[in-house]
Ligand binder design. Structure first.
Ligand code: TEU
Length: 521
């Protein structure tokens, strides 16, 4: 690890492209919508964008099903749009990192179409996981694996002769067949894609399902009762040790471009196993999801931070922090919703921004957006809804378009009222425009917090020391002497001596009220 690397203390902002801003009035966000709102990100004070997938896709999983990894989908504006975004972002000192999806392709990818047409036993099928079924007529899937989105992870195909035949593996939707990384062509093509984007000025990659890719050769059954959209370490579908060679290969390619960064989505819970992804010749950064699992509780927060720091220390990697993303409930909702959820979310953000390392903010977090829990059934689009037999509503609730301005939907997100997910009328109070005019709202709070993090010496350095970690209160001293106090109790508390830089809620008689946090120098 190079301590001076640009990403080692950066603030990343995740743009979910469908939801950020729509420039052409089709109701779906696009790349030129991002270009048009870059100044929002400049004022917010971020260092880099993590752009969820914008490559060519039938959108079965909204871009995480890639049909051409080296072209931009027309829905998002095509190649000229990403060239405009890279140029416009770089002019503003904002880096662009792209999401890449190595575990699977779209079922519309030419490789998969060729595999279907070529039939059993052909080389074309060796790029994926085609297997004969079990049972006399092959009527049972090859093993008991389930899809992360629900149902079997195997889909039976109709062979070129018109009869039901082999099955293919899809850990996610049926439209996302898993690639066979034992086939060297798969790596070569992925390397070509990485260089393709790095040559066009992209600054790095977020690697989707970075703990996937490698599969155990014998495809053993999993334990029963694996839950939808969840992960455990005793799961043969993920974290096969052979994945690490794949990461070493990826790192060699990325190292041809000295400043480029890789950030892996690693849903592995055991610290030793998780840390292996961050060995010096593997990923630069790994998402650590522990902060997304804590309640508004001082002990849980303390333990999550300690745990994450311990995990990253194993190979001297840079810690990363994130409270939510496009797969995870927004923290305002997790912490109770409404006014109290927002208060707690702001306090947690201050705790996160106090920590040494790199942080990831999910678009809309800076506005204090909650989940939209009352989306009507008929608008739901996450494949999880169908695949779980309508028992899991899925992740659409965290992907509702951002409100920019005006008094009614679509709040400046689009010129069309027909947005891809409906926007709640009460988001009139949460628009960027409203919050810019209200110094006590969430957006100015975020801007100030990020500005302090960027400018004050107290945020230099990488240390962390616990002063208090009682059941209700966390007091930590981090980096260059920054004190962060978080009150998760029910009584106001006295603050330690020092210059108050920021509080997430007004002090009451000089004391820090419940559900809030403060930074002191
Ligand atoms: O997610 C991988 C993944 O395993 C998640 O679905 C996870 O199970 C869930 O978030 C746990 O809360 C990545 C992308 O982030 C997701 O959006 C894609 O749907 C998925 O890969 C398939 O590409």
């Amino acid at each position: 690890m190079s301590p001076a690397a640009w990403w080692s203390n950066a603030v990343f902002y995740q743009v979910y492209p469908r939801s950020f801003a729509d420039s052409n009035g089709d109701g779906v966000g696009d790349i030129d919508g991002i270009v048009a709102h870059l100044d929002h990100l400049v004022r917010l004070g971020i260092d880099a964008i993590w752009l969820s997938p914008v490559t060519v896709s039938p959108m079965a999983d909204h871009g995480y099903d890639v049909a051409d990894p080296r072209d931009i989908d027309p829905l998002f504006g095509g190649m000229p749009a990403i060239e405009r975004l890279i140029a416009a972002a770089h002019e503003r000192n904002i880096r662009i990192t792209m999401d890449v999806v190595p575990n699977h392709t779209s079922s519309q990818h030419p490789w998969f179409q060729a595999a279907l047409a070529a039939g059993p036993g052909t080389e074309a099928r060796e790029r994926y996981w085609f297997r004969d079924g079990k049972g006399a007529g092959g009527e049972l899937p090859p093993n008991n694996w389930t899809s992360v989105f629900g149902g079997s992870a195997w889909e039976r195909v109709v062979e070129p002769d018109g009869n039901p035949g082999q099955y293919y593996l899809h850990l996610f939707d049926t439209h996302q067949p898993d690639l066979n990384w034992d086939n060297p062509e798969v790596f070569e093509d992925f390397a070509t894609s990485l260089r393709f984007w790095l040559d066009r000025g992209v600054d790095g990659f977020r690697i989707d399902v970075a703990h996937g890719m490698a599969k155990p050769a014998d495809l053993p059954d999993a334990k029963e009762g694996v839950k939808v959209l969840s992960h455990s370490d005793d799961d043969p579908r993920f974290n096969n040790p052979a994945v690490h060679d794949i990461h070493r290969g990826i790192r060699k390619v990325v190292d041809e471009y000295p400043d480029a960064v890789t950030i892996g989505e690693v849903w592995v819970l055991d610290n030793l196993l998780w840390a292996e992804y961050l060995r010096p010749d593997e990923l630069h950064l790994g998402f650590n999801f522990r902060l997304t699992k804590v309640g508004f509780d001082a002990v849980e927060l303390h333990d999550a931070i300690e745990n994450s720091l311990a995990a990253t220390a194993i190979y001297d990697a840079v810690p990363t922090w994130t409270l939510s993303n496009h797969d995870i409930d927004r923290e305002v909702t997790r912490f109770g919703g409404g006014e109290i959820g927002l208060r707690r979310a702001k306090a947690m953000v201050m705790a996160m921004l106090a920590l040494p390392g790199t942080v990831f903010i999910y678009n809309g977090e800076e506005l204090g957006l909650p989940d939209v829990l009352d989306l009507p059934d008929e608008v739901l689009q996450d494949p999880t809804w169908e695949r779980s037999g309508h028992t899991e509503r899925g992740r659409d609730k965290v992907r509702v378009p951002l409100p920019w301005s005006g008094e009614e939907p679509p709040f400046g997100f689009s010129s069309s009222p027909d947005t891809w997910l409906p926007m709640p009328a009460d988001w009139a109070a949460l628009t960027v425009e409203k919050q810019e005019a209200d110094p006590h709202s969430t957006l100015p709070f975020f801007r100030e917090a990020l500005q302090l993090r960027r400018e004050r010496d107290e945020f230099d350095g990488t240390g962390l020391e616990w002063l208090t970690a009682s059941p209700d209160v966390v007091v930590l001293r981090a980096r260059g002497g920054l004190l962060c106090v978080l009150n998760a109790g029910t009584e106001a508390i006295a603050l330690p001596a020092g210059e108050l830089m920021l509080a997430s809620a007004p002090l009451v008689n000089g004391e820090l009220p419940p559900d809030s946090a403060a930074w002191l120098a």
